[in-house]
Design a protein around this ligand. Structure first.
Ligand code: DOR
Length: 445
């Protein structure tokens, strides 16, 4: 039984409001929220000292590489890093080895996570050109969603058979999440750049190869399929202003088509390739500053519903290869909330809007049971943030198994002080409690 914890003098950001006061948790759940709660009995006091208390971030897109790529990452190493970034729940992608494309592999991954994940978790069932039966047999609450790579990326999971796509969009028993980039367009662009530069294409051309056109062709197709079949579609990692035209603004409740933007696409732009090179090579590519700014604006007008990380670690040795050899993907979970909080410091979004995109929104969008809010009776997944604590990111502080971060050398203005998962202090002042284990997310579907 976990001990009761009383958070004193917090600035609680929740459900469109900021409340100064205390929060009591016991038995894993939030027991009481009030302006003042007296400490009684055997209770641990966590003095917030006026700092911000947020519901933990629910990250709807990570690649923790387990099973199959222990040289890059594993569930334990990356979930520990996620706690340091204020993430209390994560949803992991199916491009593992073996691929998570059968119900047996999906359940095997849950069994693995029960032993190894330090945060709450759920897993996507991956789609392929030939696993329709598995998809049709999935129970709606058995996975956070069905992932379709409508563009090829790490893991060879491209679904490009027209009949299969029609069948998945028509029969999916739960939310369908898509990676949208048109592979034929990308292959043509690759060929053109290869003819000009050989194998060593300058990294700055990545957004011209993985182009805005490739993104639009694919995401407009996903949206068209979803409208025709009335599919519950979630378009992952939007990167361009043009794709935003495909989306509705307004609250996510009732939308059949929702969208995610990722921390790196909101943070970097194509001016950063010169300094960071392949370290910021990812799919879809980081695009222009105008695209980045359009994504930021779409957070405010609610065409983008949630923020995730797409944490995708690769070893530094792999990343230092030439254009065609360097794999795509960035490790991101460790500074996830501080990265998003930069938008707050720059006065682009309020704390209330931020929490909607990182916690409330993902909880409602995926119909997660009793998480994502500071609410009496809900699971106590919380993050205490110091909003006035600037620091520079150095390699020594990186917790990922891959040992590097694209943020090295950058300054961030907010620091995660404490992360609580299911009422247990899982991270505090730089230390991870390795004994904590997350729970499998439950869905009200
Ligand atoms: O950049 C990416 N990396 N995009 C993806 O779609 C996959 C990911 C990975 O798994 O490395």
């Amino acid at each position: 039984m976990t001990k009761s914890i009383l958070v004193k003098n917090a600035l609680m950001v929740n459900d469109g409001h900021i409340l100064e006061g205390d929060l009591l948790m016991a038995g894993g759940r939030i027991q009481r929220i009030d302006a003042e709660i007296p400490a009684t009995g055997d209770v641990r006091i966590l003095e917030a000292d006026g700092r911000a208390l947020l519901p933990g971030m629910i990250d709807d897109q990570v690649h923790f590489r387990e099973p199959g790529a222990p040289q890059k990452a594993d569930m334990q190493s990356e979930s520990a890093a996620a706690l340091a970034g204020g993430i209390t729940s994560f949803m992991d992608m199916p491009n593992t080895n073996p691929l998570t494309v059968t119900l047996a592999e999906l359940e095997a991954k849950y069994a693995l996570a029960a032993d190894r994940a330090l945060a709450n978790h759920s897993f996507y069932l991956g789609a392929t050109n030939d696993n329709l039966t598995e998809i049709r047999n999935l129970k709606p609450d058995q996975a956070c969603g069905i992932k379709i790579f409508m563009g090829a990326s790490t893991g060879n999971m491209l679904v490009d058979d027209v009949h299969t796509l029609e069948a998945i969009f028509s029969d999916a028993p739960t939310l369908v999440a898509t990676h949208c980039e048109d592979t034929p367009t990308i292959l043509r662009n690759e060929q053109a750049f290869r003819e000009k530069y050989g194998e060593d294409v300058p990294m700055a051309y990545h957004p011209q190869i993985r182009s805005a056109e490739a993104c639009y062709l694919s995401s407009s197709k996903a949206v068209e399929l979803a409208r025709r079949h009335d599919t519950r579609l979630h378009v992952l990692h939007l990167t361009t202003a043009r794709e935003l035209e495909l989306l509705e603004s307004g609250p996510l409740d009732g939308k059949r088509i929702t969208a995610e933007a990722c921390v790196h696409h909101l943070f970097f732009d194509d001016g950063d390739y010169e300094m960071k090179g392949a370290l910021i090579k990812c799919n879809p590519a980081i695009k222009s500053r105008a695209d980045r700014d359009a994504l930021r604006a779409a957070l405010v007008d609610n065409r983008i519903d949630v923020i995730g990380t797409d944490h995708a670690p690769h070893t530094l040795r792999e990343k230092l290869g030439t254009y065609f050899n360097a794999p795509a993907g960035l490790p991101l979970v460790q500074w996830a909330l501080p990265m998003v909080l930069e938008l707050y410091h720059d006065r682009l979004i309020s704390l209330e809007q931020l929490v909607e995109k990182t916690s409330h929104g993902p909880a409602r969008l995926f119909q997660i049971s009793q998480r994502g809010y500071l609410r009496e009776g809900y699971w106590a997944d919380l993050v205490l943030i110091d909003l006035k604590s600037p620091y520079r990111i150095e390699r020594e502080s990186v917790r990922y198994k891959c040992g590097w971060s694209p943020l090295e050398g950058y300054r961030l203005r907010s620091r995660v002080v404490t992360t609580v998962v299911n009422g247990e202090v899982a991270y505090h002042e730089g230390r991870v409690n390795q004994a904590v284990r997350g729970k499998r997310l439950e869905f009200e579907r």
